[in-house]
Design a protein around this ligand. Sequence first.
Ligand SMILES: [Fe+2]
Length: 481
Amino acid sequence: MDIQFPNIPLYQGWGKPLRTESTVDGLELIEGKVPEGLNGTWYRAGPDRQFPPMTGEDIFIDGEGMMHMFRFDDGHVSYRSRWARNARFLAQEKARRSLFGRYRNRHTDDPESAGVHGGTANTNMLFHAGKLTVLKEDDLPYEVDPDTLETGPRTDFGGKVTSTSLSAHPKLDLIRNELLTFSFQAKGDGTTDMAFYIFGPDGEVAHEMWFTAPWAGVVHDFAITESHIVVPFFPLVTTPDALKQGSSFYEWHDDKQTHVAVFPRRGTAEDIRWFKGPTTSAGHMLNAVTDGTKVHLDLCLYAGNCFPFFKTPDGRTSDPVPPILSRMTFDLARNDDSFETRPITGRPGEMPRTDDRYQGRPYRWGYLIMARANDGTSSVGRVDVTSGAVESWEHGQKISVHEPQFVPRAPDSPEGVGWLLVILNRLDQGHSELAVLDAERLADGPVARLHLPVRVRSTFHGSWVPEDALRTGRYDMKVAA
Ligand SMILES: [Fe+2]
């Protein structure tokens, strides 16, 4: 069968499927110098397209997983990308075509895909308790070799995880070496079951809790504090009967309120406090903090539908709305179920990250993709969440950026003292670059810029693993007392 990709906007220009695995031993330095002591590996995952989509259409969150790694070794930086060769990929490789139809709608798949999981393994990579995994929220993780990116088995952690999937947005508590994660639609597509898990430093399940969601919707991300878990529910809803009619996996129910569950870190379903507020949505949480009886959730909030390509059940589309970094405050001492929301900064931003050591802890700095312009360019910014002040890299070039990654200068550096790693898309030159910025001086531009002879088509999320953590399987990091 001829391989011909449809002429759709997603595949034009930078988004053209790349379908190439790369190995570059020693990236060429364009300018500056790779900081001394920056040793470790940055893992990221994103979507590509193995074969033209069955439906002739595509959405940016779909597509088979491509894993990427940058290994920093005393100034020598190497790059490697490999397909996530999971069940879906291998079945399609054999069939020489796509076997899965509309995003996550099994009723639109090719009969030849029967018995093969449609998980794409395209969203995030995580290293915990000595194991590297690649994640997508519709499936369980796949193990990955941390040196070669060879795909290993799909894992249910020795049978201890009984949910049908795990989130692609787990939270690593780098100080306690705990992994906190969850599953939505945890007993299969369209179910309202939620599972929450804590894995201890040994990689074993240390805590498990099940509860019921207000609807079978998407829960893309959640947040942790030192004492609480925060799970927001936005009204992008899966309806099994609609799926049978060929509908999109999610539909936007603008008649439903935002629901948020707040519960103790090692609580039970009976401990959940439910809060309700105006119809909003969000993909990504920056952080959360418990302060007395209050729990603050900082997130990139949309005053409407964050995924306008998911229509309402009656076919209405949504107007695009900008993501505004906002703080929701839930007061556990109040007697009703309402909460407050206020913007942290007026400048739109997405793909928020912190100094990962401060996930769940009192913090000051957030790093986001900012300054998105109509010509497709974007940059990175740092937000002071205590004042709303923003500092960004104003490059003035035909560049767009991927989600940034903060790396502390030393394991015990104060919050925000370190480097920001960013993949740059050179939109005018058709290839990528890797930039290292001083996280305290973003406006000064990169301290090092390295040339990638290929295009990194798209990555969503990733993790930095220090060289010693990769060897020992434990993170040895500190936060200010
Ligand atoms: Fe995400």
